[in-house]
Design a protein around this ligand. Structure first.
Ligand code: C2E
Ligand code: MG
Ligand code: MG
Length: 733
C-alpha cells in the first residue's frame, strides 16, 4: 500500500501526519486535507515546514528535529491557523500535537509522526460528533502498520509502531492471526498491570493464567475477538470495568481484524478509549434534564417516558395500571404567608412522604408547582389505587415541622385506570386531571376516580365560557334585585343584586352554573366589574328619582376578592357614579373570608374605611373558627338558606340558627336570614330576634323597575301573618 491519505478516516480529528527524516510528508490523512485545504498530491513529498510552518506559531522544524533526535514523543500546544476549515472554523484554533520521533536501529531511516488533536478547550464536550472517532484512529494505526510492512524492516516497523502507539492515550494492542499478542502500548500495559508479564506471543487465555487481574477479562475479550473475526470488519462495543477501589471505568472498545490476500487471518488491532468522564458528564446532564432539582423526583419529561414504557408493558402483558394526579391544597397560602423557603421545604417533605406511600417499582414525579403524579403498575384491581390514594391523603395531611413552623397541608387526588378508562397516555392524563378537578371542587383532601360523565362536564363548561364571553358584550346579562326587609319595621331597606343571564338559545342560565366557570378564568373580573358598575349606576338612578336611600348588596367571588385591583375598581366606580359608599354593601362567603385570613381582614378593613359595609354570605356552611370571627370586620351575617328550609324536619337547625343570631349580635353584627319562603319560617325567625330577612315569601329577585314597583306597593310589609297586599302577591311570580 502506497503512502497516501487514509480511505477509512472521515471523522473529526485527529490529524495524522507521518514524516521521513527530511521532514517530508509520507502520510497526510483526510482530516489534514480538510483542515488545511492542502490535497495529498501537494502534501506528499513536501517538507512539512513549507506546508504548515507559516501557519504555526512555533518553530515546527526544530520541534520535529528534537523529537527525532531523542526518539520519544513530546506533547506541545500550538496555535495553527487552519485556513482550510469551513468559514466558521477558519479562525485560529488551538491544536495539541503529539510529535513522536522514531529512528531505526541502523540509524539510517528516521521518521516522525505528528498527531494533531484539537486542544481540549476547543472541543465542545457535549458534541459527540466533534470527538475523535475511535474507528478512525484505529484505521490510521492499522494503515500505518500496512505502510511499513512493505519495507520489510520488521524491527524498524515494530519500533516505529510502539513509539506511535505509546504516544496515544488509548489502550492499544496488536495480535497476530492466532490471537497472540504482538505489541501493546504503555497505556494498555499499565491499565492491565502487565508491566512484569511477558505477554508477547501469548493468547488471551494464556495471559489470563499469567495475570490474575487480566484473567477477569479473558471471556469478554476472547468472545469479542471472535465476533470481530466473524464479522470481518471492525466492531465496537462499550465495556464497564470495575476497579479494586470501588470505582469503575467505561471503555469504548473497537476491534479491527486484518486479513491476508488469501483471506487468512493476519492480525487484530484492539483499541480501547476511556470514556468514563464523558459518560459521567452525559449522565449528569441526562439526570438534570429528567429530574426536578428541588425534590430530586422524576420531572414531567421522565414521567411521560416512564408512562409510555409502563403502558407498552401493560399492553403486552395485559396488566392494569393507575395514574394518580395530585395537587396540594392551599399550597399558595403557605407560600404567601410563610415565604417561598418554607414552601420549598414543604414540597420536599411531601415528595419524601409520597415516596414512602408506593412500592419501589411505582413512579412518583413532580410535574411542576404543587402538582405531583404517581404511576402504579401491576395493579391487581382498582381498589389497589384507592388504597394508595387514601394512604397518600392521610400521610400528607400529617403536620410538618418546617423551620420552626408547624404547617398543615392537604392533598387532592384524581385517579384513572388503564385499560378501563383509556388506552393512551394523553387521555389518561386528561382523565386524571378531570377527576382531580372534581376532588378539588368537592372540598379538597379527597380522591375521585375518573368517570365518563366528566368529559361531558368539560364540554359544557367550555361552551358556557365561550357563550359568556359573548354575553358580556351583547346585552344578555341583567341585574335583578331581591328586597331585604327589616324584621322589626317591615320596611324594605335595600336589595341584594343578583346576576341573570338570558341566553338567546338556552334561555335563563342560573348563576350557580356560570359563576363557577367564570371563576376559573379571567372572565370573573370582567363579570364582577360589570355587576359593580351596574349596581352602583342603579343606585344613582334611584337616588336621582328621589327614592329613599337604599342599600344594594353585591356578591364578590373568591378570585375577584383576591384580585389586587379590587379596592381600586370599587373606589373608581363609586367615585364615578357619585353614590354614598354606605349604599354599597359587599358580600363574601365565609370560605373566602377564612382563606388567607390576614389578607382578607386587611381588604375588608379598607372597604369599611371607605364607608362600605360587609356581609358574610351563606354563613354556617363554611368552617369559620369562632376565635377568628371575633377579629373580623363584619357588619352582617347572612344565615344560609339550608338552615331555614324544613325547620320542622330538622329540629337541630333552630338551635344552630339561635346560636348564629347570638354570635352575630355578640360581635356587633346584624343577622340576616336568607330563603324565607313561608309565614311559619318568618314567624319563627322573628321569634329568634333576627334583624333582616329575604326570600320568596316577600319576593323573588326582580328587574329594577319591578323592584321599584314593589317598593311603592308595599310600604311597609305586614309581617304578623295577615295576608299580604294583592299587588305584592302578583309580583311574587
Ligand atoms: P347568594 O348570594 O346566597 O344569593 C341568594 C340566592 O338564593 C339567590 O340565588 C336567590 O335567588 C336565592 N333565593 C333567595 N330567596 C330564596 C328563597 O326563598 N328560596 C330559594 N329557593 N332561593 C332563594 P341565585 O340568584 O340563583 O344566586 C345563586 C348564587 O350565585 C348566589 O348565592 C351567589 O353566590 C351567586 N351570585 C349571584 N349573583 C352574583 C353576582 O352578581 N356575583 C357573584 N360573584 N355571585 C353571584
Ligand atoms: Mg349573596
Ligand atoms: Mg347566600
Amino acid at each position: 500500500m502506497e503512502p497516501g491519505t487514509s480511505q477509512h478516516f472521515n471523522g473529526h480529528g485527529p490529524g495524522v501526519v507521518l514524516l521521513d527524516e527530511g521532514h517530508r510528508v509520507l502520510l497526510w490523512n483526510d482530516w489534514m486535507v480538510r483542515a488545511t485545504g492542502i490535497d495529498p498530491q501537494t502534501a506528499l513529498g513536501s517538507p512539512i515546514g513549507a506546508l504548515l510552518g507559516q501557519a504555526m506559531d512555533i518553530k515546527l522544524d526544530e520541534a520535529i528535529d528534537e523529537a527525532i533526535a531523542c526518539g520519544r514523543s513530546s506533547t506541545l500546544t500550538a496555535r495553527l491557523d487552519l485556513g482550510g476549515l469551513s468559514a466558521e472554523q477558519s479562525k485560529l484554533i488551538s491544536v495539541q500535537s503529539v510529535i513522536s520521533g522514531a529512528s531505526s536501529i541502523d540509524n539510517v531511516r528516521r521518521h516522525c509522526l505528528i498527531y494533531v488533536g484539537m486542544a481540549e478547550d476547543t472541543i465542545d464536550r457535549q458534541d459527540a460528533s466533534a470527538a475523535p472517532s475511535l474507528i478512525g484512529t484505529l484505521a490510521e494505526v492499522a494503515q500505518a502498520a500496512e505502510l511499513y510492512s512493505s519495507e520489510k524492516d520488521l524491527r524498524a516497523q515494530n519500533e516505529w509502531l510502539s513509539t506511535l502507539i505509546d504516544a496515544l492515550p488509548d489502550l492499544i494492542c496488536f495480535k497476530d492471526g492466532n490471537n497472540r499478542f504482538l505489541v501493546a502500548n504503555s497505556s494498555f500495559i499499565e491499565f492491565f498491570r502487565l508491566g512484569k508479564v511477558d505477554y508477547v506471543n501469548h493468547d488471551s487465555r494464556e495471559l489470563g493464567r499469567l495475570s490474575s487481574f487480566y484473567n477477569q477479562f479473558v471471556e469478554t475479550w476472547t468472545r469479542s475477538d471472535e465476533e470481530a473475526w466473524a464479522a470481518a470488519r471492525s466492531i465496537s462495543f462499550e465495556l464497564t470495568i470495575s476497579l479494586r477501589d470501588g470505582g469503575e471505568k467505561i471503555f469504548d472498545i473497537a476491534k479491527l481484524p486484518l486479513f491476508n490476500q488469501d483471506g487468512n487471518r493476519r492480525g487484530l488491532v484492539v483499541i480501547a478509549r476511556d470514556v468514563t468522564e464523558r459518560k459521567m458528564a452525559a449522565a449528569r446532564i441526562h439526570h438534570l434534564a429528567h429530574h426536578d432539582s428541588l425534590t430530586g423526583l422524576p420531572n414531567r419529561v421522565l414521567f411521560q417516558d416512564r408512562m409510555r414504557d409502563a403502558l407498552a408493558q401493560a399492553r403486552r402483558r395485559g396488566g392494569m395500571m393507575a395514574l394518580l394526579l395530585l395537587d396540594l391544597d392551599k399550597f399558595k397560602e403557605v407560600n404567601d404567608t410563610l415565604g417561598h423557603h418554607v414552601g420549598d421545604l414543604l414540597l420536599r417533605a411531601v415528595a419524601k412522604r409520597l415516596g414512602r406511600c408506593v412500592r419501589e417499582t411505582d413512579t412518583v414525579a413532580r410535574l411542576g408547582g404543587d402538582e405531583f403524579a404517581v404511576l402504579l403498575t401491576n395493579l391487581a384491581d382498582a381498589d389497589g389505587a384507592s388504597t394508595v390514594a387514601e394512604t397518600i391523603i392521610r400521610s400528607v395531611a400529617e403536620p410538618y415541622g418546617l423551620d420552626d413552623n408547624e404547617v398543615v397541608c392537604g392533598i387532592s387526588v384524581g385517579i384513572t385506570i388503564f385499560p378501563d378508562d383509556s388506552q393512551d397516555a394523553q387521555s389518561l392524563l386528561k382523565n386524571a386531571d378531570l377527576a382531580l378537578y372534581r376532588s378539588k371542587n368537592d372540598g379538597r383532601g379527597r380522591y375521585h376516580f375518573y368517570v365518563a360523565e366528566m368529559d361531558n362536564e368539560v364540554q359544557s363548561r367550555k361552551a358556557i365560557e365561550r357563550d359568556l364571553r359573548h354575553a358580556l358584550v351583547s346585552d344578555q346579562l341583567a341585574l335583578y334585585y331581591q328586597p331585604l326587609i327589616d324584621i322589626q319595621s317591615g320596611r324594605t331597606i335595600g336589595a341584594e343584586a343578583l346576576i341573570r343571564w338570558f341566553h338567546p338559545q338556552r334561555g335563563s342560565i342560573p348563576p350557580s352554573l356560570f359563576i363557577p366557570v367564570a371563576e376559573r378564568s379571567e372572565l370573573i373580573f370582567r363579570l364582577g366589574r360589570w355587576v359593580l358598575q351596574r349596581a352602583c349606576s342603579q343606585v344613582r338612578e334611584w337616588n336621582e328619582a328621589g327614592l329613599p336611600q337604599l342599600q344594594v348588596s353585591v356578591n364578590l367571588s373568591p378570585a375577584q376578592f383576591r384580585h389586587p385591583d379590587l379596592l381600586e375598581t370599587i373606589h373608581t366606580i363609586v367615585e364615578q357614579t357619585g353614590i354614598d359608599p354606605r349604599q354599597l354593601q359587599l358580600e363574601i362567603t365565609e370560605t373566602i373570608a377564612m382563606t388567607n385570613f390576614e389578607y382578607s381582614v386587611e381588604v375588608l378593613r379598607e372597604l369599611r374605611k371607605k364607608g362600605h359595609t360587609i356581609a358574610i354570605d351563606d354563613f354556617g356552611t363554611g368552617y369559620s373558627s369562632l376565635s377568628y370571627l371575633r377579629h373580623f370586620p363584619v357588619d352582617k351575617l347572612k344565615i344560609d338558606r339550608s338552615f331555614v328550609v324544613d325547620l320542622d324536619l330538622h329540629p337541630g337547625n333552630d338551635a344552630i340558627v339561635r346560636a348564629i343570631v347570638n354570635l352575630g349580635h355578640g360581635i356587633g353584627a346584624k343577622v340576616n336570614v336568607e330563603g324565607v319562603e313561608t309565614q311559619e319560617q318568618l314567624t319563627f325567625m322573628r321569634g329568634l330576634d333576627c334583624d333582616e330577612c329575604q326570600g320568596f315569601f316577600f319576593s323573588r329577585p326582580l328587574p329594577a323597575a319591578d323592584y321599584v314597583g314593589l317598593l311603592a306597593a308595599t310600604k311597609p310589609w305586614d309581617l304578623t301573618g295577615v295576608p299580604l297586599a294583592a299587588a305584592s302577591r302578583r309580583l311574587r311570580g
